[in-house]
Design a binder for this molecule. Structure first.
Ligand SMILES: Cc1cc2nc3c(=O)[nH]c(=O)nc-3n(C[C@H](O)[C@H](O)[C@H](O)COP(=O)(O)O)c2cc1C
Length: 369
């Protein structure tokens, strides 16, 4: 039904406006007394096989909403109520900023993909902190990025400001150095720049939250060369980070059937065309870090099969954005219900037993055992 409604109505409206209106509608529905609890009961993951532990918490399901959907932390309870096991808000920057000129979000329905050059439009770290201060329950990650007007030399201070304001409110904090829409941001993925940045953010988190060590992750681009993926994995181990999120959107325009995709201009491509590379990066990370870090897989996850592939490739958690846009509000429930069936069909008690099951070190252990 959602597919028909999407084709008939939503696909004909401008993409960003549709997002704004649908999200506002969801928030309004969930704000009606009693409705949010009802939605949670109807749509929340309830299969015990899906329970997963990460960041010192138990999540009801492994599917989270990826960063970028709720940049300003305006709708966390509503998004948890439609069945996501966790929500990552942001990217939040230290200063509020308008983002790039519109139009800046485009649908490529033939490819089940989106192109965006939003440019971190958000109200800033203090506004997000005020909203998150009122939240109760659920697992919420906070993704931080660089304010556009800030130069590379001031970037450390800028990230530290966001970390200081937001770390105490985060179940995990993500340093986003991989969005293609802030000039120079992805250059910070170079290890000699990333090392001081992550160390500084770690220090800011510890200062702001002395009693609780806030889990710190880095989110990387699919466009990195394999050697750079390895170098970031090594750095994450060296700095005792808690995890890596792979991947952000790609600047490539490959695997597309939409004619002349260049007409949409610059931006990050998400959805189905990203699937293969995101999985490849995940496999590389797992081979490098083993079980020492939490890996969160994102990029082109559209189905329980996709989520299952990522989990077996070493992801403890998975996230999606584009799959939710094309799948609609019942999609998180459907995916997780089918995922629970896969766990049972594999003869496992919990999805955690499937994490990394396809990796060579897991097979080696099994063979040795
Ligand atoms: C419109 C849009 C905005 C996004 N904004 C952000 C963002 O602010 N920060 C971020 O780390 N990732 C952002 N992303 C990337 C997603 O979090 C995700 O990494 C990427 O879209 C791949 O997943 P998907 O194929 O499931 O969409 C955005 C993606 C889209 C489509």
């Amino acid at each position: 039904m959602y597919r028909f409604f999407y084709w008939l109505v939503l696909s004909r409206l401008p993409a960003e406006g549709t997002h704004r209106v649908s999200f506002a509608l969801l928030r309004a529905i969930a704000a009606v007394p009693g409705v949010r609890a009802m939605l949670t009961r109807a749509l929340g993951p309830r299969d015990p096989e899906l329970r997963v532990h990460a960041f010192g918490r138990e999540l009801a399901g492994p599917l989270g909403l990826a960063a970028g959907f709720d940049k300003d932390a305006k709708g966390v309870p509503a998004l948890l109520a439609v069945g996501f096991g966790f929500v990552e808000v942001g990217t939040v920057t230290a200063e509020g900023q308008p983002g790039n000129p519109k139009p800046r979000l485009f649908r490529l329905p033939k490819d089940r993909a989106l192109i965006n050059r939003m440019g971190f439009n958000n109200d800033g770290a203090d506004a997000a902190a005020r909203r998150l201060a009122h939240r109760r329950g659920g697992t919420v990650g906070i993704n931080i990025g660089k304010t556009k007007r800030v130069s590379e030399t001031e970037a450390l201070d800028d990230f530290a400001r966001s970390a200081q304001a937001l770390a105490p409110l985060a179940d995990y904090l993500v340093v986003n150095v991989s969005s293609p829409n802030t000039p120079g941001l992805r250059d910070l993925q170079a290890v000699d720049k990333l090392r001081p940045l992550l160390a500084r953010v770690r220090a800011a988190c510890d200062l702001a939250s002395p009693m609780r060590k806030v889990p710190l992750l880095v989110k990387i681009a699919p466009d990195l060369a394999d050697a750079d993926v390895d170098a970031i994995a090594d750095l994450a181990l060296e700095l005792s980070l808690d995890g890596i999120i792979a991947t952000n959107t790609t600047i490539a325009r490959t695997n597309l059937t939409t004619p002349n995709p260049d007409r949409y201009g610059a931006g990050g491509l998400s959805g189905a065309p990203l699937k293969a590379r995101s999985l490849e990066v995940l496999r590389r990370l797992r081979a490098r870090v083993g079980t020492k870090l939490i890996l969160i897989a994102v990029g082109g996850i559209e189905s329980a099969d996709d989520a299952w592939d990522r989990i077996r490739a070493g992801a403890t958690l998975v996230q999606a954005y584009t799959g939710f846009i094309y799948g609609g509000p019942l999609w998180p429930k459907k995916l997780q219900r089918e995922l629970a069936a896969k766990v049972r069909a594999a003869g496992l008690q919990t999805i955690e037993q499937a994490v990394g099951a396809d990796c060579s070190e897991a097979s080696a252990t099994r063979t040795a055992g």
